[in-house]
Design a protein around this ligand. Structure first.
Ligand code: ZN
Length: 300
């Protein structure tokens, strides 16, 4: 902020609503002189115009909390007389090195997701990032990533061992497992409802895994109890963005890719290939419909 601007302030903590035009800058006429909206007011105007006077959740990087978001509140509430935002969710940054330096393009200390997933399972990267509480810095180091990989491997092994017991499981359920899962579920929800307290949520997840491991080693298991443990585990892992259920169902992206390949084969008059792709899709429960606008698909 330059001295001229400071000198024109009534109070040192006043902030700019309107920036006076400087030569060569884009500007609009206004009763208080040509210029452009300040950065803070752009946000207030867009937010209240498109989302209404009050919004429920406003996110943003930690570094925007002050002054930007404070200023948004001041000017929006002065105008509307209403609460601007119910919940502010400020996320921490991905940091690197001993001194927790923010990973950023300008500092040149960054690695791209694209590069990381050349050598690291993308699910490990997700698990690593999702298991840090969102307001805290995510400390990116190879050691931390490796630790996340080991943790995820343990979780996957526990799941695989229990899933294996599905074969030969007795019919019916196990009241003890049902009660234990209901209790853990309640505690998991309580933990995650507390500003997404993933540390406590994970602690409950590990209790579930302990229960799973114990059950996987039981002499007799009941099919419904096994299924309950597996779906609960999968649901929670899904919350951490990690896919654990083994499925041979084609993902939408795979279907789209196969349709694209089939169209290319047809365009090249390679009907053997296009028919083969169509048959494979049919076999896997995908129904194709060729229309003038292109190929549409749905699941059978
Ligand atoms: Zn903003």
């Amino acid at each position: 902020m330059d001295d001229v601007e400071t000198a024109r302030k009534e109070d040192p903590i006043d902030f700019a609503l309107w920036k006076g035009a400087k030569p060569g800058e884009i500007s609009w006429d206004a009763p208080f002189g040509p210029g452009r909206p300040g950065w803070h007011i752009e946000c207030s105007v867009m937010s209240t115009k498109l989302l209404g006077d009050t919004i429920d959740i406003h996110g943003g990087g930690q570094d925007l909390e002050f002054p930007h978001h404070q200023n948004e509140i001041a000017q929006s509430e002065a105008k509307t007389g209403k609460t601007f935002v119910h919940y502010w969710m400020h996320n921490g940054f991905v940091t690197v090195g001993e001194d927790d330096q923010k990973m950023s393009k300008s500092l040149g200390n960054f690695v791209t997701v694209h590069d990381i997933i050349k050598t690291v399972d993308p699910m490990v990267l997700r698990f690593f990032m999702a298991t840090t509480q969102y307001r805290k810095p995510i400390r990116y180091t190879e050691a931390n990533l490796a630790a996340a990989a080991t943790d995820l491997e343990h979780l996957r092994t526990a799941r695989a061992n229990l899933e294996f017991r599905q074969q030969g499981a007795a019919k019916g359920t196990d009241p003890q497992v049902v009660t234990a899962v209901a209790d853990l579920k309640q505690r998991f929800i309580t933990a995650m409802d507390d500003d997404i307290n993933v540390a406590n949520g994970l602690a409950v997840l590990y209790e579930l895994v302990k229960l799973m491991n114990g059950y996987a080693n039981a002499d007799t298991v009941h099919a419904e109890a096994v299924a309950l443990l597996l779906t609960t585990f999968d649901d929670w892992m899904q919350i951490f963005g990690v896919q654990t259920a083994t499925t041979d169902e084609l993902l939408d992206a795979d279907v789209e890719q196969m349709i694209y390949d089939r169209d290319a084969a047809r365009a090249a008059k390679d009907f053997a290939t296009s028919d083969r792709i169509r048959d494979e899709l049919t076999e896997r429960g995908i129904i194709l419909e060729d229309t003038a606008q292109g190929t549409r698909w749905r699941r059978a």
